[in-house]
Design a protein around this ligand. Structure first.
Ligand code: AMP
Length: 427
């Protein structure tokens, strides 16, 4: 069997979301054909596929048809059942493999694996009942984070627990499902290491990304991450051992908490990752092309960063009053708009992202935030002019005047210090 596949071959993707869409864009650019298994004709990757196989991601018969249509099979989510992948591994190379997904898709298995290879991680305990949860909280301490073991992502199936009286409600919140209880990490920063690994074990690393989450969901990424070189080196070594021990093939993202100079692994994703979207436009080879190269057995591309970059996610909330006016983004030469073609905007749903290339990534972030503010401006004008907004209950006191300086986790220390001084001098 040939170990690599040249243009003209077909990449089969189980899943039709934005990751599959961007893989398909890159694969087609390189002259490959793409088959996609996805439930709906309007899933983001379907319009870009040469062949669409309708079906749910656990539909074994549809997955077999996908495998028969393709030379290699990959996934756009780690939640494709591992048993389905092992069925189709008999037909075609599947990358990542069923074994990798089996380890990753259950948070408990993932944590056990990380422990086995001595990767640093937060203290955590598996819990299967509310009684076990109470016992685990004694070991882990408060505050702590409860996370369901299966199918959780972007903060879904998670609850932060601050005291014993929240245990019962938190157990309900994760659906009384088998879970992991983790210590709450008071991190200084969140970073991710993205790497690609080829079938022969060759690896390429992207510059570490610095991530800002809001309500447990990725809001923005900056690359390169403003961290010490030695920390980045340590982070790479952790990610390298994870990829090697898994014998993974394809892109791999390892999200980590940084506490002082100590790193703790939060989560592993065996696929292109939201925090690597900056590579699509800012690096010589995007994470999507790199994934396609790895799963096809091609030599890996150059991951180097052409220019510092900031990526900001665009959520469905921006669509509340219809399509946003994109001119604030389109009129800036350093900005690139990526929309995923999703037809149903919902609050919190990732609809696209904006990439800003700038030699000064701190300035890029400020500009990006200002762009998002202007995209949201129509929406807030409507809120202010809404009739209910002017109703005030009799006797309600007016709020005192509030002065705020907008600084973010990415602001330089000197800026943060100046802002603090300004606020305290204002009283
Ligand atoms: P996850 O879905 O596990 O990646 O979690 C989403 C986000 O929730 C993370 O990126 C963090 O911002 C936050 N988070 C998750 N676990 C913890 C933890 N143990 N301690 C502090 N924050 C956490």
């Amino acid at each position: 069997m040939s170990t690599h596949h040249l243009p003209g071959a077909t990449v089969g993707i189980i899943g039709g979301g934005q990751l599959a869409r961007m893989m398909a864009l890159e694969a087609r650019r390189m002259g490959y054909r793409v088959s996609v298994l996805a439930p709906r004709a309007d899933d983001p990757a379907v319009p870009l596929a040469d062949l669409w196989i309708p079906g749910q991601l656990d539909d074994v018969e549809a997955a077999q048809r996908l495998a028969e249509s393709a030379d290699v099979v990959t996934v756009d989510s780690e939640h494709v059942p591992a048993s389905l992948l092992s069925d189709i591994e008999r037909l075609r190379p599947v990358r990542p493999s069923a074994a990798v997904l089996r380890t990753i898709q259950d948070r408990g298995e993932q944590r056990r694996f990380l422990e086995r290879i001595s990767a640093p991680q937060p203290r955590c305990v598996a819990v299967d009942s509310v009684a076990e949860l109470a016992e685990a909280a004694n070991t882990v301490g408060f505050p702590c984070v409860l996370k369901s073991r299966h199918a959780g992502y972007d903060g879904k199936g998670q609850a932060v627990i601050r005291s014993a009286d929240q245990l019962e409600a938190s157990w309900e919140k994760v659906g009384r499902a088998p879970s992991m209880l983790e210590e709450f990490v008071p991190f200084d920063a969140e970073i991710s290491v993205l790497l690609a690994r080829a079938p022969n074990g060759e690896m390429r690393f992207y510059p570490a990304a610095y991530n800002v989450h809001r309500r447990h969901v990725l809001h923005a990424t900056m690359a390169p991450a403003p961290i010490e070189r030695s920390v980045e080196q340590d982070a790479r070594e952790i990610a390298r051992s994870i990829a090697e021990e898994l014998d993974h093939v394809g892109m791999l993202a390892v999200e980590m908490f940084l506490v002082g100079s100590k790193l703790l692994v939060n989560e592993v994703a065996p696929r292109p990752h939201n925090s690597g979207h900056y590579t699509f436009g800012a690096c010589a080879t995007s994470q999507f092309e790199q994934h396609v190269r790895a799963v096809l057995g091609l030599p890996l591309g150059d991951p180097s960063l052409s220019r510092p970059a900031v990526m900001l996610n665009l959520f469905g909330d921006l669509w509340r009053d219809g399509n946003p006016d994109w001119m604030p983004v389109l009129s800036r030469p350093e900005a690139r708009l990526h929309l995923y073609g999703k037809t149903e905007p919902r609050p919190g749903r990732k609809m696209g992202h904006v990439l800003l290339l700038d030699d000064d990534p701190h300035r890029a972030l400020q500009n990006g935030e200002a762009m998002l503010d202007s995209l949201a401006a129509d929406r807030s004008r409507n809120q202010w002019s809404s009739p209910t907004g002017s109703k005030r209950a009799a006797g309600t006191r007016l709020s005192p005047i509030c002065i705020a300086l907008k600084i973010g986790a990415f602001s330089r220390p000197a800026t943060r210090k100046a802002a603090r001084r300004q606020l305290s001098s204002t009283g």
